[in-house]
Write a protein that binds this ligand. Structure first.
Ligand code: GLY
Length: 374
């Protein structure tokens, strides 16, 4: 190892240790709450069927695996059962059961062999597979009236289907995941690598009705977290299938993302707004993209992957130096300046639990962590 790599490992370890200290304090303060947004240094308590409920326990599972500390395992242990309870109550569970059960049930089973966790994850995979629209070949995203809506975020949930196929040696889940990923290739990812957030299909014919801006600025803009979901999700699809088309799509989305970054490597919430540099940042898009860029790097030769790894490191460094609260022990949240939903003016300039999760995930991957579930 060269000196600089040693230095880098030391640096990463320092950042991880600081994050761990903060999480140790947050465990006491957060208790049974389901943290989602920290607007003034205090995490809220969101309903457990909300798409973000898996990230706090997920971060604890990652830290348990990294440190061997049973405290994190103990605190994370009951979360998959807690989320599962939503299925037997009035709920709004949807395609994001991937985000909810991958960093809880799947990782719990992976790390501990717990059979109940496996059962819960397989039930969630069945629920997700049941949202497949046969004519449109997409996974229905949300509930209520949005019968024909598919969204780029679903790419991250495909891991649950790929995992289930491998787990029970049944190709159906993988077939559905690939069909959805192919639809994303065809209808979401534009030639320049930018992506749509929402494509509304006619749920009967499966034809495209319209493109919608969703959490982005406009139908043909480029929501930065959507770009991150795309580059990470397409890399996952290639990792599970070996299909090079998905890798190339991940690279296109990544190149577009990287070409739009401002000087400090942390994106604004949408890359195509009238006055982009004056817009709020989204640190969650940055941390998710950084982790996804490492996935792309891992699918390439060391030489080809270098630019993606370097980009991930540049993003991580800037996040840590300019946007983190690692040196503020009482502030709950690891990254400041996340943007949840700018068009709705919801959760702008806050800490977001998924931004924190992917930040920790990125540090751990750079330190050699391999037990990922996305
Ligand atoms: N998956 C919802 C979001 O990224 O805000």
């Amino acid at each position: 190892m060269t000196d600089s790599v040693n230095l880098q490992q030391e640096q990463l370890t320092l950042w991880l240790n600081k994050a761990v200290s903060k999480v140790d304090r947050m465990i006491y303060e957060i208790g049974d709450k389901s943290p989602h947004v920290s607007a003034a240094g205090v995490y809220d308590d969101m309903r457990v069927d909300w798409w973000t409920s898996g990230f706090w326990p997920g971060m604890l599972w990652v830290l348990h695996d990294m440190t061997g500390n049973d405290r994190y395992r103990h605190t994370a242990w009951g979360w998959d059962a807690r989320i599962e309870q939503c299925f037997v109550a009035d709920n709004n569970l949807h395609h994001d059961v991937g985000f909810q059960f991958l960093p809880t049930a799947v990782i719990k089973h992976k790390l501990t062999g717990d059979e109940d966790a496996r059962r819960r994850a397989l039930a969630a995979a069945n629920f997700l597979a049941g949202r497949f629209n046969l004519n449109g070949r997409f996974l229905r995203a949300w509930n209520q009236e949005k019968t024909g809506w598919a969204i780029i975020d679903s790419m991250m949930n495909l891991s649950l289907l790929f995992w289930a196929s491998e787990e029970i040696a049944d190709p159906r889940f993988r077939q559905i995941a690939c069909a959805h990923a192919d639809t994303v290739l065809k209808h979401f990812i534009r030639e320049d690598g930018s992506v749509h957030h929402i494509v509304a299909f006619d749920p009967e014919s499966g034809e495209v009705d319209e493109y919608l801006g969703g959490q982005g600025y406009a139908p043909y803009s480029s929501w930065s977290r959507g770009q991150a979901w795309a580059l990470y999700g397409m890399a996952i699809a290639c990792r599970y299938t070996g299909d090079i088309r998905y890798l190339r799509a991940a690279q296109r989305a990544a190149h577009y993302f990287l070409s739009c970054l401002p000087e400090d490597h942390v994106p604004h919430w949408d890359f195509r707004t009238p006055d982009p540099l004056s817009q709020p940042r989204d640190t969650s898009a940055a941390s998710c993209a950084a982790s996804g860029l490492l996935e792309i790097a891992g699918l390439l030769s060391a030489e080809e992957g270098r630019i993606y790894r370097q980009a991930a490191e540049s993003i991580l460094k800037s996040l840590t130096q300019h946007y983190s609260s690692l040196d503020e022990p009482v502030y709950q949240g690891l990254l400041r300046e996340g943007t949840g939903n700018k068009p709705a003016n919801q959760n702008v300039n806050v800490s977001l639990i998924y931004g924190d999760y992917f930040y920790v995930e990125t540090i751990c991957k750079l330190l050699g962590w391999r037990n990922r579930v996305f």
